[in-house]
Structure formats: structure tokens, C-alpha cells
Design a protein around this ligand. Structure first.
Ligand code: ADP
Ligand code: MG
Ligand code: MG
Length: 930
């Protein structure tokens, strides 16, 4: 590692506030890897490689401050910049013994973009700058290779025309005119590759290219190298605001104030002949994380030829035969760089006449698989600590390890065949293929024989069994926390939500999208990780981790499993937050346990009601006109619900299980369409009119704020009593059968006032006492409340006198704090994010200032009123890493999320604990850079 002494001595801008240009050359550099904010990632690492004494062509970097100044001052550069650039250029000329614009021995440079964080392919670069009709002759003579000189020149005119002069393909054929002219010439010469074109051909091409410039740009190609240089610098700074870059920044939350740096680097040439070439490499495999040098190269080529697919590049290992000396050097350097940066590196290099030059290195982007594997391998190799490994893996990346995947070759084929139909929100990661169905009933029916994809405009709780039966769920409406997305994630179902281009016709049973119409029964494939929807089947394969977790000992414990299980073991040791799952059924509970859950944080009892014949009893109860009728229906429901709880308690053993009493408005349990009502009326033996009247009487203008939550339990206390009886009887039964008492925690929803809670808690406790007396045994239990209304948070001190625990229902708490219905917010929340009104979707990432402030009040006042009050969160935020970090700061006891997010929450909780510890041991305010 570079010594801090050396680094301090060379730190740019530390001494002189106004320095804007920072030079680098092998063995010396102004700045280094620590100066990314100022020099951009590329500039900082070029400097760092120079400090390490690696072969890097010399150059200089115009700092990001220049960019900021440029945009803040009507696209003008800071005073003195021109002089600084001239000085740096002179230094470069001296170092290389060449002069910029010298017809006899010209210095050529590249002008490269580089932001603080890499934005691959978003901004622009110009190569071979400094060529004109005079210098090309000097280059030809000096190199003794006219073909090369003209090749460099034609590339330069093309790139400059594209990047600086903005010449692109015409709208109708979108094929860039330079590429077309090159193709045309190759056709005339009867050759297939551009390396087969000779010096005269290329000279002719330069003339053609200049003609294209004159035609498209309405001006001659600039021949003055200094004009070229400033044109390119301006274009690279300008590319910070191009559409691609702006969109990328928005998607990745990169502030536009950061700006890009511009690095001007002396050219080295990979297109000098057969002993020259260019390549890209990774110090480890970026897809799998395997420790093997990985990459590609192309001889007699320049710049992006490798990635552009003009010729097929060769695997990096072949370089050992082609240029053994450069290969050995590259081997040495890749090891040095990985050791130095202590992480997998992505390298760009060029070989000029057998000599290796390094042009870029950066921390390599990688899949979730590679992230986990590399982090754990580096610990084993003693390069990093366990804590560093835990902090390096993005918790969301674990998703990839859990989901079955489409075979990548099949995806490529489907795209090539034009089977990509549309793209929606990647709401439930994974891959699913199956036949299209348009209703939950049909899904259930068909699922016995085939894999089905449930396609709905949107889903509702009634669809839950259909969703369970489906392999994947596709909706036209709804956001990341829509019902479909939430339930799909909890079930581990693949889900693409809010695919707005879909036109779904339930009557005709068709789905129209982008000029194609698909019918029920036709095959469809959903990639829930990318949001892509394909026509037809795609082959899937189960992930290694899933095959071990659920393969009943049959799974293969390969390197992915080893890395995953090791990392999560470390995470469990590091975290202080508990992690529970939201689960309603025994099988979901088992899934949650396999993923490492330590309890259930939310069992939504109403979800149990849709199973089997329970819905009949529920509907009878709803239809009841008298308390006696209702009691009769509830008596039917009791054993069914008890069986559910028994299964759940058995599955969860000694872990706590939080059971929420009935929450949704009763309307949701009844059908709404006339024909459905008439079917049900016949089934139930009641008149159509009576059922329809009931449905109408239960309809509400705003069900979200209507007769639901504890308001139901207050109106119909017998419902709460029945649920309590079912759960305490189940608890006693399991205690008797297994000898171990389960740990139920009864949770009252949508409480706003202490009196509501007191009334419901009294019902629960009375039933508990009764059941324990009947059964002759006691099971320890808690009664608590959800905090999901602002008022509840504000009177938390009062509530805590009654409640033994709080669980933050942050879905409703966010809805009611903002006054935004989460099912309708999808219409404008994306716009709000684009306008930076919201930093993120408050339903996905907890809003710390508003919703979070209410939570803080509730925590503080709740704990002040009752020492040891148990605190948890069960909203969707319980599985979101940023929200988990906030929960750690609040001092919650646990987070609860959908089963498939449990591993993510375990890792996020570990990171939150480690960061909190680091903040404690370094109490200084963070130093401000720049
Ligand atoms: P990007 O940020 O898109 O990767 P770069 O600035 O890295 O753009 O440039 C793209 C490619 O151009 C590099 O990978 C390298 O192959 C080539 N290149 C850039 N500068 C030089 C140079 N000074 N000499 C030779 N090739 C260069
Ligand atoms: Mg690059
Ligand atoms: Mg709620």
C-alpha cells in the first residue's frame, strides 16, 4: 500500500486551492487512489498505478472541480485553466521527447472521461487526438508504418466526429455514416476485416470521413491540435449532461453536482501491427468469483475494438503464447493491483510492439455470486477481515443466489428471436415460465397439470391462492409494494408488476402488448430480476443455494453454497438485531426457518381464511345478522383456525410467533361481480338479494381508512375472542404434544387510542385465562400493538402501559403519514423521485425524517413508560437494508420481512451493527472533502 507519507506529500490541491490540473507519470503523480472525488475514479487510479511504478503512459487530469465550475458559470472554465493545461502539456512533451502538433514527431493523446464512481459507457472518450494531414505524415515516418498512421487518423476523425461534433446516424436508419462508409469500402475491396485494408485504403477513408464531417457538421474537420484538444475537453465535460449519463445518475442515485474529471493521456498504440494489441481483464471471474485471471484481447486493435464486437477477441490465456513477455508482465501487475487494492480489479491494457501499458484499473463490477465468493475468499487469503467482507457485499445481491435462474443462453436466444414483449418492475426476483391464466380460479385449476403465470391488471387478497399456485405473477398496475409484489415476495413467487404496456382483456382472455396478442394457455416467461417479459418458454435452473436449503440433503454443496453459508454465519455473529419473517402458513414458516429466521414477526390471520373451506365459514360469519348466527359461524371457524395455528407453532418451535388479529375490511372477503355473487348465494343457500345487499352495505369509499383493524374487533368482539381461543388452544396443544411451549405474541392492528387497545387486550387476556384454566396449563404470551397510525406513535407512552410490545407497521404508517395510498402512489411517485421531491419511494425505503421521526417518538416514549418494551418492525421496510440501518439506530429488537428476504436482512443487520460500532469508535464529525 502506498505510504501515507508519500501520499500526503503529493496530495493535490492540499497546498494550493486553485490547482486544477494534476500530472502523472510512472513513478510520480500528483494525487492517488484517495483522490477519486477530485480526479475521478479513472484519474485517481491512473495516478495510483504511476505511484506503484507500473507502466502507465503519462498524462494529466483536469479535476471534477473544473466540471462543477464549468456548469455553474455558463459553460466557462476557471481562470488560469488554459495556462495550467499548457504547462502540463509541456511537461508531457518533455517527458516523451515529442511535441503536440509537431509534423516531424507528433505527440498524440487520448481525452477520457471519469467520474468519482464509474459510469460504464455513459460518457465519452476520444483517441489519437493531435492528428492532421501534416502530423499523420510524421507519425507514418517515425513508426515506419503508414498503414498504422492512417488507421489512427481515420479512427480519430470518426471518434471526434461522433463525440465532439455530434454526428450520429440519421433517424430512419440509425446506422452511423462512418461505419457505413467503412463497410462500403471493405465491400468494394472485397475484404471482410478492417485489418485487411491497406494504407491507401485508409487514406481514402480519411478523406471520405472528412467529407461526412463537412456534410453533417457544416464545417471542416478542425486541423489545429489545440482546437481539437479544447473541443474534446469540452465534449467530455459536456457528456456529463447527456441523456444516458443523466438517466444513469438518476437510476443509481449519483448527484449531478459531482461532475466528471477529464484525463488527457499520451497515446500508446495497439494498432501498430501484429505485435500490438489491446485487452480487458479481471483479476477474478466477475460472474462466478472464481479465482482465475479472466479476460479477452485482440491483436492489432485499438480502444474499444474488444468490446465492440468487430472481431471476436481471444481468451486472455492465449496471450501467453502470442506475447509471452507482455503476458508475464501482465500477470505480475494483476497480482500487484489486486493485492494493493485488496479487491477484484477490472483492467484495461494495451500492448505496443510487445511492450505492455496499463490504461485503467478499477474495482470490478460483479454479480451477487461473485460478490459473495470473492469476499469470503479474500478473508481466507488473509487480504481482508471478516468485517470488511461483510461490508463489501450488497445485501440485495444475495437475491441472485436464492432465485432459480433462466439459462443465460436461452435468454439471449429469446431476445434475438424478438420474443421480449415488455418490461415492468422487477418486483419478485427469479425466473418463471408457464402458461398464461387470467384468474386465480383458473390458476388453481390448471396448476395441477401445468406451471402457470397469473396475469392480472392488479391483484387482491382474494387472488392469494391463485398466486400461491402460480409460478409467476404479472400485473399491469401497481408498484414495488403493491399487493402483488408484497405477496409474491413473501411467497418467493416471481413477479413482474406495473407492466403498463399490457392491455389485458379478462373477457376475451387475451393479453395485448406492442402489437402482439397472447391468449390464455399460451406460454409466457417472466424474469423477475430484470422485469423482462418474454413470449414462450425459457429453461430455468434452480440455484445452488436453494438446492442445498430445500433439496432434502440432495443439494450440491458447491462453492456458492460454501461462500453464502460462511458469509451469513459471520453476519449472524456480527449483528445485534433479530431477524424474523412475515409468514402465515406452516410451509412459509419452514421456508423462513431454512433462510435463518428467528421467529415470525407478522402472521396475517386473514390470509389463512382463504385456504380450503375456511372462506365459507368466514363468509357465513360476515353474513350473520345476529350475534347468535355469528357465533355459530365462528364456531365452525374455530377448529380450522386452531389447526392453522397448531401447524405454525409446531413449525416455529421455541421461536416467537406474532399473530395479528383480523385486519382487512370484511368487504374483501366477499365477491363483487354480479355473477360471482349469484354463484355464492346459491352455494350458501341465501337469496341473491340478501347477499348483494350485504356486499353493498359493506362497500366503503375509502376502505384503507374504514372499518378495519381493531375497529372490527371492537364492533364484533366475538371475532377477536374466537381468534384468541384458537391460538391459545393451539399453543396448549403444541406444548402438550412437544413438551415445549410455543411463544405467541398477540398483536392488535390499527390502534389509535389507548382505550381501543385496552378493550382488545382485555378480550385476549380473558380468553387466555379461560383456555389455560380449561387445559390446566399455561403458555407464556405477550399482548402488544402495531404502531401504524401517527396518533398511535404520538400516544405511545400511554399505549405502552397496556402493550408488552410494539411492532411498527410501516406500510400503513407511511400511508397515513404521507396521506398517500400505496396502491395509488405508483402513478406519481416515480415522477416525484425524478423531480427529487422524494429521494426514494417511501414505501420501499423508510422515510427517516417523517415516518422515522414518529417511530423514534414511539420508541422513546414507549420505553420510558415500560422498561424492556419489545420493539420490532413488520412492514415491507423490514427487509430493506437502508431501513434496517435506521431500525438499528432506533434500537429495535428485531426486523421482520418476507421469508425470501431473511438472508438479505441478516446481512443488512450485520452491516448496520458494524457501521454503528465504527461510528462509535470514531466520534469525530466526518471530514469534508474538496
Ligand atoms: P471508458 O471509460 O469508456 O472505458 P476509456 O477512457 O477507458 O473509456 O477509453 C476506452 C479505451 O480506449 C481504453 O480501454 C483503451 O483501450 C483506449 N485508450 C484510452 N486512452 C488510451 C491511450 N492513451 N492509449 C491507448 N489507448 C487508449
Ligand atoms: Mg475504460
Ligand atoms: Mg396495517
Amino acid at each position: 500500500m502506498a505510504s501515507t507519507r508519500r501520499r500526503r506529500a503529493g496530495r493535490p490541491a492540499a497546498r494550493k486551492g486553485k490547482k486544477h490540473v494534476h500530472s502523472f507519470a510512472p513513478g510520480q503523480a500528483e494525487g492517488g487512489a484517495g483522490d477519486r472525488d477530485l480526479l475521478g475514479g479513472k484519474g485517481a487510479n491512473l495516478a495510483e498505478m504511476c505511484r506503484l511504478g507500473l507502466p502507465v503512459p503519462p498524462g494529466f487530469t483536469l479535476s471534477t472541480e473544473v466540471c462543477a465550475h464549468y456548469y455553474a458559470n455558463g459553460r466557462r472554465y476557471p481562470a488560469g485553466l488554459e495556462r495550467e493545461v499548457e504547462e502540463a502539456l509541456t511537461r508531457l512533451e518533455r517527458a516523451l521527447g515529442k511535441r503536440f502538433g509537431d509534423p516531424a514527431n507528433p505527440l498524440l493523446v487520448s481525452v477520457r472521461s471519469g467520474a468519482r464512481v464509474s459510469m460504464p459507457g455513459m460518457m465519452d472518450t476520444v483517441l489519437n487526438l493531435g492528428l492532421n494531414d501534416q502530423t499523420v505524415a510524421g507519425l507514418a515516418q517515425r513508426s515506419g508504418n503508414p498503414r498504422f498512421a492512417w488507421d489512427a487518423y481515420r479512427r480519430f476523425v470518426q471518434m471526434y466526429g461522433d463525440v465532439v461534433l455530434g454526428i450520429e446516424g440519421e433517424a430512419e436508419d440509425d446506422f452511423d455514416p462512418f461505419a457505413r462508409a467503412l463497410e462500403e469500402l471493405k465491400r468494394r475491396r472485397g475484404v471482410s476485416g478492417d485489418t485487411q485494408l491497406g494504407a491507401e485504403d485508409l487514406q481514402e477513408l480519411v478523406a471520405t470521413f472528412k467529407g461526412i464531417v463537412a456534410r453533417h457538421a457544416g464545417r471542416e474537420f478542425p486541423s489545429d491540435p489545440r482546437e481539437q484538444l479544447w473541443g474534446a475537453i469540452g465534449a467530455v465535460f459536456g457528456s456529463w449532461e447527456n441523456d444516458r449519463a443523466v438517466a444513469y445518475r438518476q437510476m443509481n442515485g449519483i448527484p449531478s453536482a459531482w461532475g466528471t474529471a477529464v484525463s488527457v493521456v499520451a497515446m500508446v498504440f495497439g494498432n501498430l501491427g501484429p505485435r500490438s494489441g489491446t485487452g480487458v481483464a479481471f483479476t477474478r471471474d466477475p460472474a462466478t468469483g472464481e479465482k482465475r485471471f479472466y479476460g479477452e484481447f485482440l491483436m492489432n486493435a485499438q480502444g474499444e475494438d474488444v468490446v465492440a464486437g468487430i472481431r471476436t477477441p481471444e481468451p486472455i490465456a492465449r496471450l501467453a503464447e502470442v506475447e509471452p513477455k507482455a503476458w508475464r508482465e501482465l500477470q505480475r501487475i494483476q497480482k500487484t493491483l489486486e493485492r494493493h487494492f485488496r479487491d477484484m480489479q477490472d483492467l484495461e491494457f494495451t500492448i505496443e510492439d510487445g511492450k505492455l501499458w496499463m490504461l485503467q484499473c478499477r474495482t470490478g463490477k460483479r454479480t451477487g455470486f461473485a460478490a459473495v465468493r470473492i469476499a469470503t475468499d479474500l478473508v481466507r487469503e488473509r487480504r481482508i477481515t471478516r468485517e470488511e467482507a461483510l461490508l463489501r457485499v450488497d445485501p440485495e445481491a444475495l437475491n441472485q443466489l436464492l432465485q432459480p435462474i433462466f439459462a443465460p443462453a436461452d435468454v439471449r436466444r429469446a431476445r434475438a428471436e424478438g420474443r421480449l414483449l415488455t418490461k415492468g418492475l422487477n418486483a419478485g426476483p427469479g425466473a418463471a415460465s408457464g402458461e398464461i391464466v387470467f384468474s386465480a380460479e383458473r390458476a388453481l385449476e390448471r396448476a395441477a397439470r401445468a406451471r402457470v403465470i397469473l396475469v392480472r391488471i392488479e391483484t387482491s387478497p382474494e387472488d392469494i391462492r391463485g398466486m400461491q399456485a402460480a409460478a409467476g405473477i404479472l400485473t399491469a398496475r401497481g408498484g414495488m409494494t403493491s399487493h402483488a409484489a408484497l405477496v409474491a415476495r413473501q411467497m418467493g413467487r416471481v413477479c413482474v408488476a406495473g407492466a403498463g404496456e399490457l392491455a389485458i382483456d379478462y373477457r376475451k382472455r387475451t393479453l395485448a402488448v406492442n402489437g402482439r396478442t397472447l391468449r390464455e394457455g399460451e406460454p409466457l416467461s417472466l424474469d423477475g430480476s430484470s422485469g423482462e417479459v418474454f413470449a414462450g418458454e425459457l429453461a430455468t435452473e434452480p440455484s445452488e443455494v436453494l438446492s442445498v436449503l430445500f433439496g432434502g440433503g440432495q443439494g450440491v454443496k458447491g462453492p456458492v453454497w460454501r461462500a453464502y453459508s460462511e458469509l451469513l454465519r459471520w453476519a449472524d455473529a456480527a449483528r445485534t438485531l433479530g431477524v424474523r419473517a412475515n409468514a402465515d402458513q406452516a410451509d412459509q414458516a419452514e421456508t423462513a426457518l431454512a433462510f435463518g429466521a428467528e421467529g415470525i414477526g407478522l402472521c396475517r390471520t386473514e390470509h389463512m381464511f382463504f385456504e380450503g373451506s375456511k372462506i365459507d365459514a368466514v363468509r357465513e360469519m360476515i353474513l350473520a345478522d345476529t350475534t347468535e348466527e355469528r357465533a355459530r359461524a365462528l364456531a365452525r371457524l374455530l377448529p380450522l383456525q386452531r389447526a392453522d395455528f397448531t401447524a405454525l407453532f409446531r413449525a416455529m418451535g421455541p421461536f416467537p410467533v406474532t399473530i395479528r388479529t383480523l385486519d382487512p375490511p370484511l368487504h374483501e372477503f366477499l365477491p363483487h361481480e354480479e355473477h360471482e355473487i349469484s354463484f355464492l348465494a346459491r352455494d350458501m343457500g341465501v337469496s341473491f338479494e340478501r347477499l348483494k345487499a350485504k356486499v353493498e352495505s359493506l362497500a366503503e369509499l375509502n376502505p384503507m381508512l374504514g372499518h378495519r383493524g381493531c375497529r372490527l374487533g371492537i364492533t364484533f368482539p366475538e371475532i377477536t375472542r374466537t381468534q384468541a381461543r384458537a391460538l391459545f388452544e393451539a399453543a396448549c396443544e403444541v406444548a402438550r404434544a412437544t413438551g415445549k411451549a410455543p411463544r405467541p405474541e398477540v398483536m392488535i392492528p390499527l390502534v389509535a387510542t389507548p382505550r381501543e387497545l385496552a378493550l382488545q387486550a382485555a378480550e385476549v387476556r380473558a380468553v387466555a385465562a379461560q383456555v389455560f384454566a380449561e387445559q390446566g396449563r399455561e403458555v407464556p404470551y405477550l399482548v402488544g400493538t402495531m404502531i401504524e397510525l401517527p396518533r398511535a406513535a404520538l400516544v405511545a407512552g400511554e399505549l405502552a402501559r397496556e402493550a408488552e410490545f410494539f411492532s411498527f407497521g410501516t406500510n400503513d404508517l407511511t400511508q397515513t403519514t404521507y396521506g398517500i395510498s400505496r396502491d395509488d402512489g405508483a402513478k406519481f411517485i416515480p415522477l416525484y423521485i425524478a423531480h427529487e421531491i422524494f429521494a426514494a419511494d417511501p414505501f420501499a425505503r423508510l422515510d427517516r425524517e417523517g415516518t422515522g421521526r414518529l417511530m423514534r417518538i414511539a420508541c422513546e416514549e414507549g420505553r420510558a413508560a415500560r422498561a424492556g418494551l419489545k420493539l420490532g418492525i413488520c412492514g415491507e421496510h423490514g427487509g430493506d437494508p437502508s431501513s434496517i440501518e435506521f431500525c438499528q439506530a432506533l434500537g429495535l429488537d428485531y426486523v421482520s420481512c418476507s421469508p425470501y428476504r431473511v438472508p438479505i436482512a441478516r446481512l443488512a443487520a450485520a452491516q448496520a451493527a458494524l457501521r454503528a460500532k465504527a461510528a462509535l469508535s470514531a466520534p469525530r464529525p466526518r471530514a469534508r472533502r474538496r
